[in-house]
Design a protein around this ligand. Sequence first.
Ligand code: PRX
Length: 632
Amino acid sequence: MNPRIKSMAEYEAAYQQSVEQPEQFWAAMAHEFTWKKKWDKTLSWNFNEFDVKWFEGGQLNITENCLDRHLETRGDQTAIIWEPNDPTHTVRTLTYRELHREVCKAANMLKAQGVQKGDRVCIYLPMVPEAAVIMLACARIGAIHSIVFAGFSAQSLTDRLTDAECKIVITADGAFRGAKAIGLKEIVDEALLTSPTVTRVVVLQHTMTPVTMVEGRDIWWHEAVSTCSDVCEATVMDAEDMLFILYTSGSTGKPKGVVHTTAGYMVWAWYTFNNVFQYDPGDIYWCTADVGWITGHSYIVYGPLLSGATTLMFEGVPTYPDAGRFWQVIDKHKVNIFYTAPTAIRSLMAQGDEFVYPYSLESLKTLGSVGEPINEEAWQWYFDNVGKGKCWIVDTWWQTETGGIMISPLAHITPTKPTFATLPLPGVQLMLVDANGNELEGNNVEGNLCVKFPWPGMLRTTYGDHERCRMNYFATYSNLYFTGDGCRRDYDGYYRIIGRVDDVINVSGHRMGTAEVENAINEHPHVIESAVVGFPHPIKGQGIYAYVICDHMPDHADQRKREILEVVSKQIGPIAKPDKIQFVAGLPKTRSGKIMRRILRKIAEGETGNLGDTSTLLDPSVVESIKNGALS
Ligand code: PRX
């Protein structure tokens, strides 16, 4: 079977087959890959206990499919183009052959440091090619990578290191972000004061920022690899062996480590990359995400490399040296497929069209969007000013847990409609349900988005706590995976994601749990309690609004706000800093002590009139005083 869909008729046929004969459908796709041993059973599953296995009994190594498989046919083709933060610095490129060598060396380096199959390796790196190299090096030897976005604080890093019991951290002296250099090693040093499982730190020299090397623990990457061979046999992995852990926020507690396994994830990343973007050999593909997020995993590294594509990695930010940077990079490297987030589009749109006009952008044919709902104005601006009215926009809906894209147009095939992610990919069986779990059938309905059948790229567990995983995703509605998103299916059967219906907020495409931010705020010694909600923000999509109770109303409110922002930065990272802080005397609580966030959300949205039923509140007068405080 040809995995690549070429028309709507082929999409419909593929979709139908994926529903009627899912095992045959995915088995045919999986046959495209190099296996050490073919699988015995394509799928076994049970959503209520949550046990899903794809390609059971199969053995393989994903890096053989990302690298070795391409050496004969495209060994000298560029695999990675690296564009540095500073446009005057030198671009780096790695061919498939060079990448293969680097990965083997790094894999041998990990082995020499005592890393074994099944060990967890934490990666805390800037957007440099070594980030991709070390991910693949882990996979080469069967170690499980856990990448932590290099914008997270020392405390967040500690939490993740401890939860996954990582043995080793791979970091750099620093990271460039626009005009700034951030000392990453320093952050790692602080995190390791309270991370007892880590015994080794490998440091990449990048910014040349001076660092302290701890004797017996810290080693330089360039020294450690210098003696390593560039030949490393790929470790044989079972299809369901863990490939990576990636922490993501939920509505309660600390972020959880979403676990993806080898074969299903591989098939999904590859299949979705090929079909959604319609990647043609020779295309230059650029995804602006960071490898610290799932988009970077699936659509900078694994999906493109599995497909033999040329993938561009960008170290910098969209506004440095000016707001034309993305467009300059597109012209410089003749990018054909560009994949970014609505928040970036909105912020660049706000800077003015004059930053786009100097660039021809004529190489572009496909534009992608991911991470949050794209509003109509941003969609249209992207289409007109970046795509010059001739590019397809693929609005791709998916999640860390889904491993890859679930709902999206296929570029140049699926008719698009602004703000709609359109149709599910083959293998994705969606269901909209009401609050009681009743299916909403037919079109023109709105409800909670669920998936009723396993797809190969789905998460398998959350690290160290399977029950939490089951409770989180499979206990809300019987026999369904619940996404946490609200969704509308319109008259044409097209899907439009409305946003989270749980206590997760999406700030600039970054997922954050309100409880997580509250816990961080509560670390301030004068804070008694807090409640966090999202509110509509013109650039970020959602902003963070925090209602805070202090031991007494602060005399210097601005000073206290600054302190709180500082605490949140330290606990989570700057991305979690509230946009607005309101000091309040009390919070609207029910008699059972539950905070009524619905009311807080409305006030944060600027609603002063109808706040709905407040009769169940313990003290309804609290609402008036919060409302008045919000106005002042
Ligand atoms: O609310 C949805 C939103 O992002 C959430 C998943 O976040 P995360 O796991 O960090 O993954 C982001 C990158 C895949 C979803 O539950 N989301 C993601 N893509 C879209 C979206 N909302 C609307 N439209 C999208 N295209």
